[in-house]
Design a protein around this ligand. Structure first.
Ligand code: GAR
Length: 194
């Protein structure tokens, strides 16, 4: 099993999807060992504690060095960004190349990159009038949302959608399904290449 850290900034429904998938035995190569947040009050930290996973808030000052120390102390081999809104440095993403993935709530390359996060992504999709959107899991590199695509799932946009309604549909029908699947696939690949 690959000891896995999940980085979060908010509510943590994608973290919950990982916890639930693990509970159902669907992530045989993933061991959820650490949840770390750049936001002290993130509800995702509470979800981690409830699931018996080590949960840590990492302060802004020296964030990456403190995070690296935590990752090393837990023997982490895979990082999953699940609603983590801080942009990581090129040095950090290069050190973790091939071992760090992210979920983004659109079909990359649409509505992605710096400034596109959370509800803003769905507001932009609605403003552009697209009829199909979705979610993407990709490897993380130094370009925001620019790494190799691992998985995507399309979701319909319906008349009357608000950013909130669309966000919920994209989460339920895409994010919460493809993130656990992709994490398992990447962990299995990492274990196979040891
Ligand atoms: C999710 O929709 C995730 O895809 C998005 O933030 C939300 C976090 O929700 N991430 C981004 O926009 C990254 N650019 P959650 O905390 O409930 O998982």
């Amino acid at each position: 099993m690959v000891r896995t850290a999940v980085l979060v900034s908010g509510g943590g429904t994608n973290l919950q999807a990982l916890i639930d998938a693990a509970g159902r035995g669907e992530l045989p190569h993933v061991s959820l060992a650490l949840v770390a947040s750049d936001k002290a009050g993130a509800f995702a930290l509470e979800r981690a504690k409830r699931a018996g996973i080590r949960a840590e808030y990492v302060e802004k000052d020296g964030f990456e060095a403190k995070l690296e120390a935590l990752l090393a102390s837990e023997g982490i081999g895979l990082i999953v960004l699940a609603g983590f809104l801080k942009i990581l440095s090129g040095g950090f993403t290069r050190r973790w190349a091939g071992r760090i993935i992210n979920i983004h709530p659109s079909l990359i390359p649409s509505f992605c990159g710096a400034g596109f996060y959370g509800l803003r992504v769905h507001a932009a999709a609605l403003a552009r009038g697209v009829k199909v959107t979705g979610a993407t899991v990709h490897y993380v590199n130094e370009i925001p949302d620019g790494g190799e695509i691992i998985a995507q799932r399309a979701v319909e946009v319906l008349p009357g959608d608000t950013p909130e309604i669309l966000q919920r549909r994209v989460m339920e029908r895409a994010e919460w399904l493809i993130l656990p699947e992709a994490a398992e696939a990447v962990a299995a690949k990492l274990e196979g290449s040891k």
